[in-house]
Design a protein around this ligand. Structure first.
Ligand code: CP
Length: 310
């Protein structure tokens, strides 16, 4: 059975295949008739044990555009609240003849754990602070679309790196495609091991912006903090918040990204988030094509479809 559990163990060739397949689906979803029959007879369960807007809706739309049968599950309104385990929950859903499971879960490694215990294709839609592979693929695809290629480009990921599955998956994906990656943020929000991934740390946002082609601004994830972190929000905004004044100080044009949800006025000001510098909504648009590509490629193996059925 095939899974997408993270970016760490997939190859650059696999990423390129996903991008080429997404190119095709992006063209499909811009046609007047946006639906294709590719996943007819495939049943997919979207299991969300943690809140989501973009990822959940994007997967559901991708599945429906591919003509899959879709069931949605939110832990907050389920029998998880009566004490049912993850494996029992998923095996009960699979007993209803489900082929693939898209899962978001607060525990790092939840997708890997599940893939070892259930007989279905698992797609990780974000597992705690570990990986968010589809976000990294749509982010990197959006850079490729905007700048022509990823190889040789300089990307800085700014903010709460410590709690960010988006940062880790982006680092793996961008490096596999030959980009140079730096992270920028307060010491308290940068994990110790980051340099072992070949990533440089920059604590001065102005210098990081001067260096980069692309700045990916992350949200400070207050919900994952076990204690109060330093600096305070006011200090964070002063040192690491991106606003018009800061962007005007650098003498070149850079691409601004954000995975959402945005804390407007904290990591990024509204005038920049809504400006022509930002590709935030292009990232969201590309997310549907990227998820269609991933589901299609996984289901192709599942159902022994050939690439010609695209
Ligand atoms: N970027 C992202 O994962 O957003 P959601 O949490 O809304 O899915």
């Amino acid at each position: 059975v095939n899974h997408l559990l993270g970016i760490k163990h997939i190859s650059a060739a696999d990423i390129q295949l996903i991008f080429e397949t997404a190119d095709h689906f992006k063209e499909v979803i811009n046609r007047p008739i946006r639906k294709v029959p590719s996943l007819r007879d495939v049943t997919i369960a979207n299991l969300f044990f943690e809140n989501s807007t973009r990822t959940r809706l994007s997967f559901e739309l991708a599945e429906k555009r591919l003509s899959a049968d879709v069931v949605n599950f939110s832990a907050s309104s389920s029998s998880v609240n009566k004490g049912e385990t993850l494996i029992d929950t998923v095996n009960n859903i699979l007993a209803m003849k489900v082929d693939m499971v898209v899962m978001r879960h607060p525990n790092p490694g939840a997708g890997v754990f599940l893939s070892k215990h259930v007989d279905a294709s698992i797609v990780n839609a974000g597992d705690g602070t570990h990986e968010h592979p589809t976000q990294a693929l749509l982010d990197t695809y959006s850079i490729r679309e905007k700048l022509g290629e990823v190889k040789g480009k300089k990307i800085v990921i700014v903010g709460d790196i410590l709690h960010s599955r988006v940062a880790l998956s982006n680092i793996f994906c961008l490096q596999k495609l030959g980009a140079e990656v730096k992270v920028c943020g307060p010491n308290t929000l940068i994990p110790q091991h980051i340099k072992s991934l070949g990533v440089e740390v920059e604590h001065n946002l102005d210098q990081a912006l001067q260096w980069c082609d692309v700045a990916n601004m992350l949200r400070v994830q207050n919900e994952r903090m076990s204690t109060r972190y330093f600096p305070s929000t006011r200090e964070y905004v002063a040192q690491f918040g991106l606003d018009k004044q800061r962007l005007e100080q650098i003498n070149k044009s850079i691409v601004i990204m954000h995975p959402g949800p945005i804390n407007r006025g904290v990591e990024i000001s509204s005038d920049i988030a809504d400006s022509h510098h930002a590709i935030i909504l292009n990232q969201v648009e590309n997310g549907v094509a990227i998820r269609m590509a991933i589901l299609y490629l996984l289901a192709s193996k599942l159902k022994h479809y050939s690439a010609e059925t695209l």
